[in-house]
Design a protein. Sequence first.
Length: 416
Amino acid sequence: MPLSIPTYWRHVITVLGGAVGAQALPLLAAPLITRLCTPAEVGTFSVWLGVVAVAAIGATLRLETAMILDRDSAAQRTCFAVVAYSASVAALLLTACALLARLLGLPIAQQQPWPALLTIGMAAWMTAYMQTILAYATSRSAFGAAARARICSAAGIALAQVGLLLLGVGGVALAAGQLIGLAGGLLAAFLLLAPPLAWPGWRPAEDQRRYLRRHDRFWRYTLPSNLLNVMVSQLPLLLIGARHGALAAGLFALTQRVLGAPIALVAASVLEVFKRQSVHDFQAHGNCRDAYRYTFKALLLLGIGPSLALWLFSPQLFAFAFGENWRPAGELARILAPLYFLNFIASPLSYVFFVAGKQKVDLLWQIALFSMTISVFLAPATLEQSVRWYATGYSLLYLVYLCMSYRCAENRGATA
């Protein structure tokens, strides 16, 4: 049966409570980390983490999203088997490519310590499998258990990173702490959610191949679309590092982390509930217009205050929280605040493209975004000019994105 608005908000609060717990320790740890690490070390780790994030998206083939639509137990078990296989292949290939890049002397690999290169595939595998388990939890409305698993992972990462830095391990402590926290989060997720167990074979079985054919829209359209989206989020960091150096990359990385926190904290929590409700409404009524509208209003009200504060006071806030050396990151945050406000609203609502079967529309938009990002950061300009152009172009594209997603929520044939 459909969720009433009070029930909808109870689910949001449950997921949000877990997200607050999951983000509290990392946010508290950030001022310590920025005082124990140089901006260059933060930039090096952020590049490693960005590669992991991109690889993890590809490793799942985005089939974990299909579990929310296809809630049959046997189908979900097959989904886990497919992801276990694809993630294992992706992890091996990523590690091999990282080592080859180092042997060939590529600068992006030369900046990374050997332990980080050797474990980059493992980090991508764990991230991909964690995403799959959390999608399984959403399909079962197990929001509370998923929230606790997130808290375990985030707390483990923060505590391990700070602890290793205090022990004098150095910049590699950030990657090592990420691995420790991911392992702890996976263990907690298995204990709390008891997902189906799956082991990768030498090749996909017949039922796995049938599953891939049945959900081909996800790996044909959603996967490249999401890969483009994640690459767009990482491209500025990579291109800034290449053109302006590791210091600039570290400053931009901190800006991304701070501005992205509300999206990870609140918007992602709303998304978990919107996923389930939009699927139900579409199946029952042929559209999810009402769920879209009150989700949009909720995100607008939740995001306007923090975004305004960042736009007005971010240089002072960054200098106070992270140290005077990080004030330039606050200047970048001021430029990017309007963009992240639109991102905060649009990101959860983008799930309606999957529900309405309009992944191709989303892919075309992602291609436009990717093209804009490449053009902006390859153009000859100062760091501030590039960031301003990027924020302006991205914001205009987000306004188009919101219009398209609302048309999908209404299920208008013209959207296609």
